[in-house]
Design a binder for this molecule. Structure first.
Ligand code: HEC
Ligand code: HEC
Length: 271
């Protein structure tokens, strides 16, 4: 079936989706079937233009670097009733946090809930450091998440989807495959079936999660994966779940499973 969608209006920016051929899933997916084979996985960087590539590679001009510095400073800063810094308990991130970002979202043993890395950092700050809460999307939390993630730079993503994580994985996969919003589009239709297609000047990517938190030029700030996902919800004119909603964690787990073997790539820049 081919649907012609002429123009998608987002935040005043028109995104041409002319001729986007839309397939409908007729056969149910096997629980762990991969729509993009592992050897075909590509980071979002492969779909951006040369100006983003240059900016990201530049050790001085990369706009995400101030946030990295901030994260590094916060790591060493004593805070809260514990009178300790992250470093007092964990030491250097290069050893203690190496590989940590490759395996989140993961089940938190204490609560049984699915935590992304931001949730884990917030919890540690409150429970162990006994310090004030860092709200979701706060500059502090994003900077720290970026800094902790950078200790896994170049390491392949490998999340667990067994045990208690399995139902989250399945829920995330279901959302990814389900059409939603006024545009009636599913994530899979853009990011599995149509990546590489040009929408005006930009190519649609595979929607990989390996570069987050990323600096987004349009927003002039660092943004979490959740913020990016919310923007895709806006793109298809769908109702956006509340911040920190389980749906967002479930999709993130599915995205990370789907990105298995892709390397963590921070600090990164997106348009
Ligand atoms: C109408 C097509 C469309 C749909 C449907 C869509 N997205 Fe996107 N998505 C985009 C565009 C455009 C971008 C920005 C450019 C790019 O990376 O492709 C993007 C970016 C992303 C990124 C960031 C990739 C990177 O490297 O920075 C992720 C992750 C993502 N989408 C996930 C999703 C998920 C999950 C859904 C379903 C809830 C979804 N998208 C639905 C068009 C879409
Ligand atoms: C008082 C000591 C203490 C302080 C201070 C502390 N942590 Fe932790 N952190 C721990 C302990 C103990 C664990 C593992 C057990 C648990 O979950 O409580 C942990 C676990 C973690 C994990 C999960 C690691 C993994 O392998 O999954 C992250 C991430 C983390 N901490 C980040 C931080 C950050 C960021 C800070 C500073 C904002 C911080 N921690 C401050 C003691 C501390």
């Amino acid at each position: 079936m081919f649907l012609l969608i002429s123009v998608l209006k987002r935040c005043g920016v028109c995104m041409g989706l002319v001729g986007l051929g839309m397939l409908v899933f007729t056969t149910p997916l096997h629980a762990q079937q991969r729509l993009i084979p592992l050897e075909k996985l590509q980071s979002g960087l492969a779909f951006t233009g040369p100006e983003i590539l240059d900016l990201q590679a530049d050790d001085f001009a990369n706009p995400a670097l101030p946030a990295m510095d901030k994260g590094g400073k916060l790591w060493k800063q004593v805070a809260g009733k514990s009178d300790k810094s992250c470093q007092s308990c964990h030491g250097e991130t290069s050893t203690s946090m190496k590989g940590v970002a490759t395996r989140y979202p993961a089940i938190d043993k204490a609560s049984g809930q699915l935590f992304n890395l931001e949730d884990r950092i917030r919890q540690c700050r409150q429970k162990n450091q006994k310090a004030s809460e860092w709200p979701l999307e706060s500059d502090e939390l994003l900077a720290m998440t970026l800094f902790v993630t950078s200790a896994s730079n170049g390491m392949p993503i490998q999340v667990r989807i067994d045990g208690k994580a399995q139902s989250h994985f399945e829920a995330g996969q279901k959302i990814f495959m389900t059409r939603q919003g006024q545009m009636n589009l599913a994530c899979t239709q853009c990011h599995d079936q149509r990546y590489g297609i040009k929408l005006f000047t930009d190519k649609l990517s595979q929607g990989q999660p390996n570069a987050y938190p990323a600096y987004r030029i349009e927003w002039q700030r660092l943004a979490s994966l959740e913020r990016r996902l919310r923007f895709c919800y806006t793109g298809v004119k769908a109702e956006i779940p509340a911040w920190g909603h389980k749906d967002m964690r479930d999709i993130s787990l599915y995205l990370m499973w789907r990105a298995q073997g892709l390397n963590i790539e921070v600090p990164s820049v997106r348009k």
